[in-house]
Design a protein around this ligand. Sequence first.
Ligand code: NAP
Length: 344
Amino acid sequence: MPADRRTVRIGVIGAGWIGREHIRRLTDVVVGARVTAVTDIDAERAAEAARYPGAAVHPDGASLIASPDVDAVVVTSSGPSHAEHVLTAIATGKPVFCEKPLATTAADCLKIVEAERAHGRRLVQVGFMRRFDLGYRQMKEVIDAGRIGTPLMVHCAHRNASSAPAYTSDMAALDTAVHEIDVLRWLLADEIVSAQVILPRPTTKKPAHLVDPQFMLFETAKGVRVDLEVFVNCRYGYDIQCEAVGEDGLVRLPDPAAVGVRTAGAHSTAVLPDWTGRFADAFDTEFREWVAGLRAGHASTGPSAWDGYAATVITGAAVESRATGRVVTTDIPRRPDFYDAFAG
Ligand code: NAP
């Protein structure tokens, strides 16, 4: 059988919210993939998630990765466990898709980068799905074609209607802004060299423990300035905005398609209530392209272990800036040549 006709057998580590969502996607949406193995710390949760694709349940990540019935691994467990699973997959020579964050410390991310470079071929893709969103892809085409001229500034907003009880002030950078951080590095083909967090007047509509909103400022190596409003108790809905301004024009991320309604003297379009539907198509495309690449025997060109490392450094700088009130430089070294050939 030609390489591109085979079914990729996938093992999923972590059967929580997004693990189950990706199992459904790999089973029902993506052509050429089958979930053959599942594991979770909670064995019952793993068994329940494994039932629909008819997958084997493994006691832990190491046993799942070693299984001869697993060609590639998806890591959707909690962040602190990611590095161990990704390093084991690399040691076994199996491609691994890891949800963000790649690892919770920069040192662990670098261990992964070094292990992958020693392996000699890209095996790791990080789950930054915005790069697969049609709107962001159209923005990148416009910027890359030079239609707005040299980019100078980017204005972004990331708003949620309300935050979950477990959401902390650090998560504004680590879980929320991380998506803008990755997509901006990719859109601008530029590195973020500093982060600063400024605190506006707090909303009264937030839990007492939370700092919300937060205003984040980033500077890139080429001098582009980015402002990002993270406001996770904005009340009115889930709203992602991005506008890049260049010397000759600007390009703006489109809102999700929504019908316009004119009635009672007003013209309105709906705003999504939460984030779950906003990037559903992007998640589908992300996995379609990952699986298609595996079937064709290509190394991944999606977000790399280096991108995962950079994102962890930059989100860490934002957390530090909020704590100290200072501008924090990132000191990210030049991307190793190894990753240039696979740059998306
Ligand atoms: P979740 O519902 O808490 O699921 C994580 C699951 O992994 C839990 O069942 C957890 O068990 C289990 N687990 C923890 N350590 C494990 C290990 N070593 N081996 C096997 N299973 C383990 O969390 P989630 O919302 O699905 O998020 C999972 C990951 O996806 C996080 O890193 C998150 O940041 C990322 N994520 C990304 C996006 C995106 O937009 N790309 C969206 C959502 C989530 P216990 O509960 O018993 O610890």
